[in-house]
Design a protein around this ligand. Structure first.
Ligand SMILES: Nc1ncnc2c1ncn2[C@@H]1O[C@H](COP(=O)(O)OP(=O)(O)OP(=O)(O)O)[C@@H](O)[C@H]1O
Ligand SMILES: [Mg+2]
Length: 293
């Protein structure tokens, strides 16, 4: 080894050692990562994301991936000429839309992510809420501001989570990749918002962290500035004031529920940052918004 090479090797060793306290903190912990549809779409980023998952697994963390797919569903619906609308950040889902949602989420996107992780040397397994009766759904019941019920069609909430399948998958050191599609007691297929689904899974598994990868830096304030730390009690006010709208609403609502159910902290960060998850979990540098009790 030349002096230069020795210096380089030492520097690499130092960098590896810097991750040790973080690895110890997350040793054997479950980390649920919600991979937003808006954060996908770029092959290089998808590969980085997949490598992060493999590295976490090898570092003794148990990553569980839950993915969305809003933009990809929109593209397919447009191709097929099917119209769909959003109310309060949730998709109003009729039968025809639901078929496409399942096809895109539990089919192409799910298998794409599994493929990326496996290509990087991991062993991912793609499932949806229907598999092993992991998630039971129920029809969403919400009202508008005037108190009138909104019919979201086959858009579901989580009624129950059964962690049997996930526990055995995690025990085998496989990385579960979950599509937010689930069966209702009525035998119908429901599309659960991926954020809600991820929160329910994180709560049921007793995850240490829930990480949302989205297409913005985190929760932004009324001036568009990043809010670095947020307490659960601050959230309802931000929604009421119209600072938090659209797709950010199910995210922050999920954060509140997940924290209530024992998840230690939730992070919302920009999935377009290369290695966003690794930086968040295994370095001293936090990005995005950290939400705690
Ligand atoms: N206060 C806010 N701070 C940040 N983003 C906000 C805020 N209010 C609304 N948003 C919107 O929320 C969006 C993120 O949610 P969205 O549902 O679009 O993406 P996603 O959940 O990552 O992807 P998918 O729904 O496909 O899984 C942002 O792009 C932004 O437009
Ligand atoms: Mg969303």
């Amino acid at each position: 080894m030349t002096d230069d090479q020795a210096d380089n090797a030492l520097q690499q060793a130092r960098i590896l050692m810097q991750a040790l306290p973080h690895m110890l903190r997350y040793d054997d912990a479950i980390v649920v990562v919600k991979y937003g549809g808006h954060a996908m779409g770029d092959d290089k980023l998808a590969r980085d994301f997949a490598r992060d998952m493999v590295l976490l697994e090898q570092a003794g963390v148990n990553p569980v991936v839950v993915h969305g797919g809003g933009p990809q569903i929109a593209v397919m619906l447009a191709k097929l000429g099917i119209k769909s609308e959003f109310e309060g950040g949730l998709r109003v889902t009729d039968k025809a839309t639901m078929e496409i949602v399942e096809m895109v989420l539990a089919g192409s996107i799910n298998k794409q992510i599994v493929g990326f992780i496996n290509a990087e040397g991991g062993r991912a397994i793609g499932l949806c809420g229907k598999d092993g009766r992991m998630v039971a759904a129920q029809k969403i019941k919400r009202s508008d501001a005037a108190g009138n019920p909104i019919d979201y069609g086959f858009a579901g909430d989580v009624a129950k989570v059964d962690t049997t399948v996930l526990a055995s998958v995690l025990e085998k050191e496989l990385i579960p990749v979950l599509a937010p599609v689930a069966l209702g007691a009525d035998g119908e297929t429901y599309n659960v918002n991926a954020d809600t689904f991820a929160g329910a899974i994180a709560g049921a598994l007793g995850a240490k962290r829930l990480v949302f990868l989205t297409d913005v830096a985190g929760v932004l304030d009324q001036d568009g500035q990043l809010i670095k730390e947020l307490r659960v009690c601050d959230i309802p006010g931000l929604v009421a004031d119209g600072v938090i709208t659209g797709g950010m609403i199910p995210k922050v609502e999920t954060c509140m529920n997940a924290i209530e159910r024992g998840v230690e902290g939730v992070v919302i960060l920009d999935g377009k940052l290369p290695h966003a998850v690794l930086i968040e979990l295994l370095t001293d540098h936090g990005a995005g918004t950290l939400i705690t009790r």
